[in-house]
Design a protein around this ligand. Structure first.
Ligand SMILES: Cc1cc2nc3c(=O)[nH]c(=O)nc-3n(C[C@H](O)[C@H](O)[C@H](O)COP(=O)(O)OP(=O)(O)OC[C@H]3O[C@@H](n4cnc5c(N)ncnc54)[C@H](O)[C@@H]3O)c2cc1C
Length: 383
């Protein structure tokens, strides 16, 4: 029997799924079982295009779930909006899970119908940066890459001629490559805000590389695992004290690093310089609206107030667009980085919004038992 709070190590019983999985295929097997046994009507997963590109799909086909197996570190897309209005199970980085919660607070997602299989996340990379990094730092043609992994602080690429090349992630980041900026100062690496928190940290000994460490966060997590065990799709065993301690130790190192980098990436700007700072940063805005379109916590839709302020010619209106967006995001920006990723003018929008966001929100300091009865901050303010 599975219980809330359990720390388990598990894997897919099917050898093919287990060997193709990022670390034992438990996540894929749990998602497949949720669909097969009717726990959900759909599953959101990544449809792979290549090592750097994938598109999220909503499927009721178990074959598509099984094909989506593996972790794509250069696909930073946020999955939350794919869960809107559906009875669904989904894999989720901590920022995906947090965006699901933000959508739920705004009544767009019913958390009772949304099963979130959380993935630990040390950070993701922008695909364009990864390709450039392969050429400049690894001397590898991106077309030749057949696999990618993270081992002991190094980013490893495998090529079709069977070679492996590894470079230290901190050195890559010093050279301007590696993880996206928002991932560097993120401090929620284990998705305690999901129903299950799965990852390879703490998988040791013989199981290393072929099993997933899985923390059961709530009743939905229990249901997901019990359903998959009953379906014969997974096997689990209690994690040893040593495994639990190692996982915690690695997490602490990553969280400390996030806190240190936050001070570098988001230095305090003196009050008297702030207005000019925002004016300068936003000067290159071309009014495309992509930042709002891609924002995984925006629930306003087509008729939103900020859209009415869009203008190619009126600077006053554009200032209002950014002001409304900033007010909206002050209580909900999760610093996922999607807006910076898509900005055609390379404006560091996430950093601008993050400065305004209330710190606990930015740090995604959410834990089980989220109080959905508390309305978002600005809904209270505007009453
Ligand atoms: C960007 C990223 C960074 C990670 N960093 C760490 C880490 O630092 N430490 C750690 O312990 N674990 C990390 N993980 C989790 C780890 O790689 C495995 O996903 C986890 O151990 C589960 O393994 P599995 O074999 O059960 O997963 P699988 O059965 O292989 O299933 C993986 C699932 O993840 C989905 N997926 C793949 N790529 C993404 C993506 N970019 N965004 C959202 N969903 C995706 C797939 O669709 C699939 O459903 C990371 C995962 C990702 C995606």
């Amino acid at each position: 029997m599975v219980e809330v709070g359990d720390m388990l190590v598990g894997y897919a019983t099917d050898e093919d799924i287990r060997s193709r999985g990022a670390s034992g295929g438990l996540v894929t097997a749990v998602l497949a079982a949720a669909l097969e046994k009717g726990l959900v009507e759909n599953v959101v997963v990544m449809k792979h295009i290549n090592e750097f590109e994938a598109v999220p799909i909503i499927t009721d086909d178990v074959k598509e779930v099984l094909a989506s197996i593996g972790s794509l570190h250069s696909v930073p897309v946020n999955l939350a909006k794919y869960a809107v209005g559906r009875k669904v199970a989904m894999p989720a980085k901590p920022c995906d899970a947090q965006a699901v919660i933000e959508q739920a607070k705004r009544g767009m997602i019913d958390l009772d119908n949304t099963y979130i299989v959380g993935l630990n996340c040390g950070g993701s990379m922008h695909p364009v940066t990864t390709k450039k990094m392969l050429v400049e730092m690894y001397d590898i043609d991106p077309e030749d890459v057949v696999g990618e992994d993270i081992k002991k602080g190094k980013l490893v690429f495998k090529t079709k001629n069977g070679e492996e090349k590894a470079l230290r992630i901190d050195e890559l980041e010093e050279a301007g490559f590696g993880r996206r900026e928002s991932c560097r100062f993120c401090t929620l690496k284990i998705p305690l805000n999901a129903d299950l928190a799965c990852g390879n940290w703490g998988v040791i000994g013989d199981l290393s590389g072929s099993a997933t460490f899985c923390q059961v966060m709530n009743g939905k997590g229990v249901k997901l695992l019990e359903n998959a065990i009953k379906a014969g799709r997974i096997e689990v065993q209690p994690a040893s004290d040593k495994a639990i301690a190692i996982r915690e130790k690695v997490n602490n190192v990553m969280v400390d690093l996030g806190n240190t980098l936050e001070k570098k990436i988001l230095p305090v700007i003196p009050d008297e310089e702030r207005l000019q700072y925002y004016i300068d940063q936003l000067a290159d805005c071309v009014n495309c609206g992509a930042c709002k379109e891609v924002c995984p916590v925006c629930a306003c839709g087509e008729d939103s107030k900020c859209t009415t302020f869009h203008s190619l010619v009126d600077n006053y209106k554009m200032s209002m667009y950014h002001m409304v967006r900033m007010l909206h995001l002050a209580d909900s920006c999760i610093s996922c980085g999607q807006c910076s990723d898509v900005c055609p003018s390379d404006i560091p929008i996430t950093l601008l919004k993050s400065r305004f966001a209330i710190p606990s929100q930015r740090k995604r300091n959410y834990h089980p038992g989220i109080d959905l009865d508390t309305p978002p901050f600005f809904e209270v303010m505007l009453k």
